[in-house]
Design a protein around this ligand. Structure first.
Ligand code: NAD
Length: 348
């Protein structure tokens, strides 16, 4: 299959690109290369004859038309987005432009292409989204595919809007879409402004490890390579017009996640132990959702998918990766004030 992956130089998109190429698919990576992108994330496939890169912006409709006409993909996996909640609070405009208007442009470009190609049977537009569109949970319950949308941050509001557009393009125009809503990802190549890499890198530097509020917010964590596997499963076997929740069945309070990472570091770097004395509670994020938890029954029962690693195992692999790959993260800390953001703002 030839797949156009948008956002393939980002964290999750690059995991999809690496896995798809490893499985023998042709991949066209379309990415605007914003601050969050890093072509080093796909270095291992760059020389493959199965891989092509196109620098293009979702906000540039003619560019999208050109890429589709030039490569004629069998499917589109749409991951490109502005993805950092704290940045969406500081400056929501770009989130609306990319996540809402950009998705609209891609849908229109895809629809025109699909019609031009004679509505090929197997064509899919796969929209990748987040469980944050459902808002927050109390102490109990889980998000199902039927949970009403109630986004609380500018980021999740723009992702919710994009989900609605994708659904409507199926209902109105018959575009063969599938949607997925996933819980928090972690793993290798995670940009160092998100919680897991912030904890690892601050601990390595002996800097305070910031934890919002009392650290009681609960997230359902999924190893990024398991997410990529779930996405390819839904793309190939998901039912058209349907959405699938993807989760790791790994709920953890932020403070417990941070403690686990510290314990792994204690084990791998006993000379610097204990690491948890660096934990520092910082003022909570406005509108901080208390708890997210995914009910993954549909993807498990309908498509037979389940995560391959436990949270403990995935975190260990992630910490080991950051210890081995200083060449990857060191230049990022010096870039665009990312280093300064460490210790103040984190995005679980
Ligand atoms: P990321 O920020 O790491 O990567 C986003 C990529 O999109 C970057 O490479 C960036 O250059 C590209 N991009 C941004 N704006 C663009 C534009 N206007 N045109 C073209 N490319 C553009 O994000 P991520 O964490 O890999 O998330 C990928 C997708 O998965 C997003 O849609 C996000 O909403 C969704 N998601 C993320 C998580 C998570 O835990 N990170 C969980 C569930 C869903």
């Amino acid at each position: 299959m030839k797949i156009l992956v948008t956002g393939g130089a980002g964290f999750i998109g690059s995991a999809v690109v690496r896995l798809a190429v490893a499985r023998g698919h042709e991949v066209v990576n379309l990415d605007a290369l914003t601050y969050a992108a890093n072509l080093a994330n796909v270095a291992q496939v760059t020389n493959s004859s199965l891989y092509a890169f196109e620098q293009a912006d979702l906000r540039d409709r003619p560019a999208l038309d050109r890429v589709l006409a030039a490569h004629r993909p069998d499917a589109i996996m749409h991951l490109a987005a502005e993805s950092h909640v704290d940045r969406s609070i500081d400056g929501p405009g770009t989130f609306v432009e990319t996540n809402v208007n950009g998705t609209f442009n891609l849908l229109e470009a895809a629809r025109a292409y699909w019609l031009r190609e004679g509505r090929p049977e197997g064509f899919r537009f796969h929209h990748i989204s987040t469980d944050e569109v459902f808002g927050t949970l109390g102490a109990t319950g889980q998000f199902t595919e039927d949970t009403p949308y109630a986004p609380n941050s500018p980021y999740s509001a723009t992702k919710a809007a994009s989900d609605h557009l994708v659904r409507a393009w199926h209902e109105t125009y018959g575009l063969p879409v599938v949607l997925t809503n996933c819980s928090n990802n972690y793993g290798p190549f995670h940009f160092p402004e998100k919680l897991v890499p912030v904890v690892i890198l601050n601990a390595l530097h002996g800097k305070p490890i910031p934890v919002y509020g009392q650290g009681l917010n609960v997230r359902d964590w999924l190893y990024v390579e398991d997410h990529a596997d779930a996405l390819l499963t839904v793309l190939q076997r998901g039912q058209v017009g349907r959405s699938y929740n993807i989760g790791g069945e790994n709920e953890a309070r932020n403070i417990d996640l941070v403690q686990t990472i510290c314990a792994i570091l204690d084990d791998l770097r006993p000379e610097a132990a204990p690491h948890d004395h660096l934990i520092t509670y910082v003022a909570d994020r406005p509108g901080h959702d208390l708890r997210y938890a995914i009910d993954p029954t549909r993807i498990r029962e309908e498509l037979g998918w389940r995560p391959s690693v436990t949270l403990e195992e995935g975190l260990r692999r992630t910490v080991e990766w950051y210890l081995r790959n200083e060449d990857w993260w060191r230049p990022l800390l010096a870039r665009q004030g990312v280093g300064q953001r460490l210790g103040t703002k984190v995005d679980p």
